[in-house]
Ligand binder design. Sequence first.
Ligand code: UD1
Ligand code: MG
Length: 350
Amino acid sequence: MGGMHAHVILAAGQGTRMRSRLPKVLHPLLGKPMLLYALEAALALKPERLVVVVGHGGEKVVEALEGYPVEVAWQKEQLGTAHALLQAEGLLRDFPGPFLVTQGDTPLLSPRTLEALLRRVREGAGMALLTAELPDPTGYGRILREGEEVLGNVEEKDAPPEVRAIREVNAGAYAFDGFLFQALKEVRNENAAREYYLPDLVAIYRAHGRRVLAVRGVAEEALGVNTREELARVEGVLLRRLRAEWMGKGVRMILPETIYLEPSVELAPDVTLWPGAVLKGKTRIGEGCEVGPYAVLEDTVLEPGAKANHLTYLGDATVGAKANIGAGTITCNYDGFGKYPTRIGAGAFI
Ligand code: UD1
Ligand code: MG
């Protein structure tokens, strides 16, 4: 699939339902801000331009974006998702399209799904949006459709009971042709929330005779994060995937559902992880190592055959081959200012 496209990620919202001082899109999933998942999915498609719209807690959000090839647009007042997208117009005015638009609070979207959206527009649709059938559609916009064509989206707040009963929802990922910014100017805020709704573009595109198609995705990818409970659910999905990947590569996990690890961790074949093990940061564990129950390892390297027994904390440590770290051992790596490495030699017995 050739050709260039631009991508806009909406990340200016406050995230009231999280009840947190931290901007919603910066809440960590497996140690990494949720926004970076959306960002990495966007980058996988090599967009010609990539704009992140920031607003609430914007300085912190911009900081988290450091080092990534993105442009930033500011939404000073959070007046809704359509208004947020309109703030990217100044940067993208001369870009002919197509455009991908995603939300910073939808971390499980895959590049493949984004590609499918883009393809619909490249093949002639004016707009394509991702939908999913959810067992519990509460909180999401409901999709009105006829065959492959979408007739409209109704936000839950505005939906009568018969529309609330629809389980096909708007997943918050869209592709648009070059008509986008013109169409955005027609969005009104006459609704329950007094907000400018991005999915109102469905009706506007149709009123201009442009086709709007749905791409039906898998439910998991559509999961958005608006509450702490949804954050935990998405983190659970990411953890399950990560554990399955390492077990596939030869790691033994006892009661895998109790084991926490981050995407930055590396494990060798024949590593054994006991229940409740917590592996964080740049931890690397060598072949045949054993990590005991409720051991916490952070930025720690365990050479082949080493053992860290239960209730151990190892931070910023390197543990030599076949060393045995007895139960309850703690390495002190932080004095409140600096981080200090600990080196434990091969064959040591603590
Ligand atoms: C939105 C969709 C809904 C969809 C759901 C999928 C609208 C009106 N509704 O609802 O149809 O089912 O996502 O997850 O679009 N944001 C801004 N500026 C604003 C408001 C929001 O940048 O003024 C950003 C937020 O940071 C967030 C995204 O837009 O990343 C979505 O906002 P949110 O308030 O979470 O919308 P939902 O209620 O989840
Ligand atoms: Mg949301």
